[in-house]
Design a protein around this ligand. Structure first.
Ligand code: GTP
Ligand code: MG
Length: 295
């Protein structure tokens, strides 16, 4: 019987959250095409027979630290590199950047074994280039293993899981059978709403917003939820709401539909948009929104 904690780390947008979801077979962590989507450590549990892997998805490690939010995200990610059984360093096939290099350097001082996961292999036009790339990447440091995968096409995940289990200690499971998610329903709601906002809004706006669940009541098979979308300026509020409330309505509908599927209950979701100036650079606001001090 094996069990352990495995951190999924890497620069923004390489597909860490997609990989977590593919590995545990359920959407545990939100995904978007924009970098810096994940802001917290998010656990997802894979049960395989008696073995258990607790994955920890992390915010993408990035270099620009203009705001307190960015520093908090980097700290959340860096803190998950220690005191775990294994780190998965996720990179993108065919694309090595300065930020990947910075993650590699950060991992050099870390005592935990590292497995390299080369994601998005489905994007490679010429698969013959994969082998030389794997060789090049393997030479950069000592890896516990190197496994190419496609998270979105669920390619080569079984060999990755085998490799991970081989590096976990013998031990009793950390979570009861069947439990996949560690966070509560309010967190799921806030994240799904934020994901829909990212999908519906353009450019920089997703970086300026956060979602806070204010009320959560369960009445039989119905969840009554109200949540605030916090933005930094009046102009942003106008965009989030949209003409005649169109944008907010679309976001609310998309979030409600997905939440009903996830929870298997009816959802009544009320969304508000409010301004809190400069919240992303204000430690007090970040604490209130659970973006720092959540350990
Ligand atoms: N083609 C392809 N796209 C992928 C794959 N895995 C992830 N993506 C896409 O890459 C983008 C980023 O995915 P995420 O899972 O949000 O990436 P992340 O590393 O968690 O990003 P941050 O949370 O911002 O650090 C999304 O558009 C995904 O659909 C893959 O295997 N193949
Ligand atoms: Mg992510």
């Amino acid at each position: 019987m094996r069990s352990g904690v495995v951190t999924i780390a890497g620069r923004p947008n390489v597909g860490k959250s997609s990989l977590l979801n593919a590995l545990v077979g359920r959407k545990v962590s939100i995904v978007s095409h924009k970098p810096q989507t994940t802001r917290h450590r998010i656990q997802g549990v894979l049960h395989r027979g008696e073995d258990q892997i607790v994955f920890v998805d992390t915010p993408g490690l990035h270099r620009l630290q203009k705001r307190a939010l960015n520093r908090a995200m980097n700290e959340a990610a860096a803190g998950a590199l220690r005191d775990v059984d294994l780190v998965l360093f996720v990179v993108e096939a065919g694309r090595w950047t300065d930020e990947d290099q910075a993650v590699l350097e950060r991992l050099a001082g870390n005592a935990v074994p590292v497995g390299l996961v080369v994601n998005k292999i489905d994007r490679l036009k010429n698969r013959e280039l994969l082998l030389p790339e794997l060789q090049r990447l393997s030479a950069m440091r000592e890896y516990a293993f190197v496994v190419p995968v496609s998270a979105t096409r669920q390619e080569n995940l079984a060999p990755l899981i085998d490799e991970i289990l081989r590096h976990l200690p013998e031990g009793p499971p950390l979570y009861p059978p069947g439990q996949v998610v560690a966070h509560d329903d309010a967190f799921t709601v806030a994240e799904i709403v934020r994901e829909k906002l990212i999908h519906h809004l353009h450019e920089e706006l997703p970086y300026a917003l956060t979602v806070e669940v204010e009320h959560y009541e369960r009445e039989g098979n119905l969840d009554r939820i109200s949540a605030v979308i916090w933005v930094e300026r009046e102009g942003q509020k106008k965009i989030v709401i949209g003409e005649n409330g169109q944008t907010l309505k679309k976001v609310g509908t998309a979030a409600r539909r997905e939440l009903e599927l996830i929870f298997g209950r009816k959802i009544f979701l009320k969304l508000w948009c409010k301004v809190r100036e400069n919240w992303s650079d204000d430690p007090k606001a970040l604490r209130r929104f659970g973006l720092i001090g959540h350990d």
